[in-house]
Design a protein around this ligand. Structure first.
Ligand code: SF4
Length: 695
């Protein structure tokens, strides 16, 4: 730790990186961070932290921060610094002009799942009340939207079922498409502690993640499947459960819709879903699948499933989420500690942004915009008439921009040019718009296509709340003034006022009070309560005034749990002689997502570039050696990285991270997406990899 002096003031706040939501004491000297001390009373982390939350805060005071609003008439013009008043008035006049010329639906907004709950709530309110449409979306679209869909269908609530602490009661842990030690390190450590104490481990992943083989830990089964075959594996696991008498009949009979169970059981029992039939599809030996299923379904044991983007970011992402819920219900592993269906949310506030109605089809609290009763509640509170038909998702906005009907985008905290698939298409869509507004800390990749830049505020510069992967709502506290004068919620409010829809919040606590008044699961939440309790897990209401650590005890939120048939459908992304390898992607411990923050901190010394992992056999076939530059070509585009030759990946599969814009990971990903939610299929791209000279 580099000591920067004695702190003069401090506040308890919440890490702004991943969905674990660790509590920290931010110790400050004036407007400089002295250190971030993990908060021992933080329920998500209990005094622990990782290298991101602890050390990667330097971006907040980095020289690249933009602190003045800027506008330009054309993206080829230089930026002109302007006053806040001019920037807001210009933006409002452009949005009004565009709506007058092209129609009410020609504008929309994206709000990042890194923003606070209060900011997310205000952006969707701006869109619905001031823009007059439902064209609002969040980057949860491109990560965990299938979780929202799949868990709502089966269990009745779009959220994980447990607390993180619950893992301490698990006897068997199944990790599917997640890498907790890199992606969710503090929870990963908690899981490792339980594994060292004797819990069994099943890993379902195309790549050998650290949990498979690390000091004192060996997975009992590593189902090293071919990318894109998740649903085949879950069906094969379920086949073993139903054909070998491993169903928890008592639980299913008491808690689930029997008609749906019987149909599902008949489906998975078919010979084509057996491990033997699925062996050629998945590449996983049948006896391993059988062994894993028997272990998971051991009678009298607590078995928990933890999953990540390796489940959701597929053309069958929603199907797989439902398959996971089916397996948990069939084996009686829902509704108590130590079990459950646990999505490991990527960003700090993915759960919160979904809760806040940042989707084009849902009002806050997951109420569909076509629900007249819900609409009328918001209409009387907001004093507007709301639209009953869903708006445009991110890919639909981009598509409509290319087609010429979508002309203006307000983009708060997102960088779709780097983070969304098929970069060329995203750039072309943005170029086709007449007004792109970027609100961010830095001139990110999307700002290259912007006409207005509104400076954002870091988590140290504002008050609010984040909701982590276990539904825990925690306070974010301001420890320094916004570098550009205003917090993001204030900027949204100014824009709304300039557009003619009045907003007059004095403090984010007033926004939370409004959320609580309109959202049943947040009914008992207030800043005062959060100050008193430290944090609270929703649902928090009259029945559960101090929150709900474990969901679905006694009955499911939807009443009876519903089994849904999960038919495996191969992805359209096929390997061919021209593109013989499958590229899949993931994260590394020290960096975070598109790296806008972590690349501007000391953490860059741990990981200064993205590299491509390739199996020794594939490397030898191509004359590739460790450290060589390689060209990666897909049907969408190409990029160049340096190679790591390793058997962590299986033959036929290559892997990279996506933290640096110059690595161009999303230049090569495709526009395939989940059938239900349009979550992109980042995890399966057919590529060719060949040696190249240094670029
Ligand atoms: Fe922050 Fe996640 Fe690390 Fe905790 S585990 S310190 S929330 S990045």
């Amino acid at each position: 730790v580099v000591e920067l002096g004695q702190p003069e003031h401090s506040a308890i706040t919440t890490c702004a990186y991943c969905g674990v939501g660790c509590g920290f004491k931010a110790e400050m000297k004036g407007n400089e961070v002295v250190r971030m001390v993990p908060w021992k009373d933080g329920k998500a982390n209990e005094g622990h932290a990782c290298v991101k939350g602890r050390f990667a805060w330097g971006y907040a005071t980095h020289k690249d921060r933009i602190t003045s609003p800027m506008i330009r008439k054309s993206i080829n013009d230089p930026w002109q610094e302007v006053s806040w008043e001019e920037a807001i008035n210009y933006t409002a006049s452009e949005f009004k002009r565009i709506q007058a010329k092209y129609g009410q639906d020609s504008v929309g907004a994206l709000v990042s799942s890194r923003c606070t709950n209060e900011e997310g709530y205000l952006v969707q309110k701006l869109v619905r009340a001031a823009f007059g449409n439902n064209n609002v979306d969040t980057c949860a679209r491109v990560c965990h939207s299938p979780t929202g869909y799949g868990l709502k269908q089966t269990l009745g609530e779009s959220a994980g079922t447990q607390t993180f602490k619950s893992v301490e009661k698990s006897d068997v842990i199944m990790v599917i498409g997640a890498n907790p030690t890199d992606g969710h390190p503090v929870f990963g450590s908690r899981m490792k502690k339980r594994l060292r104490a004797g819990a069994k481990l099943i890993v379902v992943d195309p790549r050998q993640i650290d949990l498979v083989k690390s000091p004192h830990i060996r997975s009992d089964f590593h189902l090293k499947l071919k990318p894109g075959t998740n649903v085949a594996i879950i069906s094969a696991l379920a086949h073993v459960v139903v054909t070998e008498g491993l169903v928890d009949e008592e639980f299913v009979k008491a808690r689930c819709e029997m008609k749906s169970f019987n149909e599902w059981r008949d489906f998975v029992a078919k010979p084509e879903n057996s491990p033997e039939a699925m062996e050629t599809v998945t590449g996983v030996p049948a006896e391993q699948i059988r062994g894993a299923a028997r272990l998971f379904a051991t009678k009298g044991k607590n078995a928990a499933i933890y999953y990540g983007l390796g489940v959701t970011e597929h053309s069958q992402g929603s199907t797989m989420v439902m398959g996971i819920a089916n397996l948990a219900m069939a084996t009686g592993n829902v509704g108590r500690e130590g079990v459950g269906v646990n999505p490991l949310r990527g960003q700090n506030n993915v759960q919160g942004s979904c809760d806040m109605g940042s989707f084009p089809h849902e009002l806050p609290g997951y109420r569909h915009v076509s629900d007249a009763t819900a609409r009328s509640l918001f209409e009387s509170a907001w004093n507007v008439e709301l639209r009953a038909e869903p708006g445009l998702r991110i890919p639909n906005m981009l598509g409509a921009a290319v087609d010429g009907s979508f002309k203006a985008l307000y983009c708060e905290g997102e960088d779709p040019v780097q983070s969304d698939p098929d970069t060329q298409h995203v750039a072309h869509a943005l170029e086709s718009m007449e007004c792109v507004v970027v609100q961010d800390l830095f001139l990110n990749e999307t700002a290259k296509y912007a006409h207005v830049f509104l400076p954002g505020a870091s988590f140290l510069e504002k008050d609010g709340t984040f909701t982590n992967a276990e539904r825990r709502i925690s306070r974010v506290r301001k420890v320094m003034p916004p570098k550009a004068k205003y917090a993001d919620w204030e900027v949204t409010q100014m824009l709304s006022n300039a557009l003619g829809y009045p907003m007059n919040y004095k403090h984010p606590s007033e926004i939370m009070d409004e959320i609580a008044a309109l959202t049943p699961t947040f009914k008992g939440v207030s800043f005062d309560k959060l100050d008193k309790l430290g944090s609270v897990q929703w649902p928090c209401n009259d029945e559960a005034p101090e929150g709900t650590p474990t969901m679905h005890i006694g009955s499911f939120v939807r009443g009876k749990g519903k089994f849904i048939i999960t038919q495996y459908v191969p992805t359209d992304e096929k390997i061919t002689p021209k593109y013989p390898l499958i590229l899949t992607t993931g994260r590394i411990l020290s960096q975070y997502n598109v790296g806008a923050q972590t690349r501007r901190t000391e953490n860059v010394h741990w990981h200064s570039e993205d590299r491509l992992e390739i199996h020794p056999q594939d490397a030898e076939d191509r004359g590739i050696h460790e450290g060589d530059w390689v060209g990666i070509q897909s049907r969408s585009g190409s990029t160049v990285l340096r190679a790591i030759v390793t058997d962590k990946v299986q033959p036929g599969v290559v892997y990279t991270t996506f933290h640096f814009p110059e690595s161009g990971a999303n230049v090569i990903t495709t526009d395939n997406s989940d059938w239900a939610t349009n979550c992109p299929e980042y995890k399966v791209t057919a590529v060719q990899v060949l040696p190249v000279t240094q670029p």
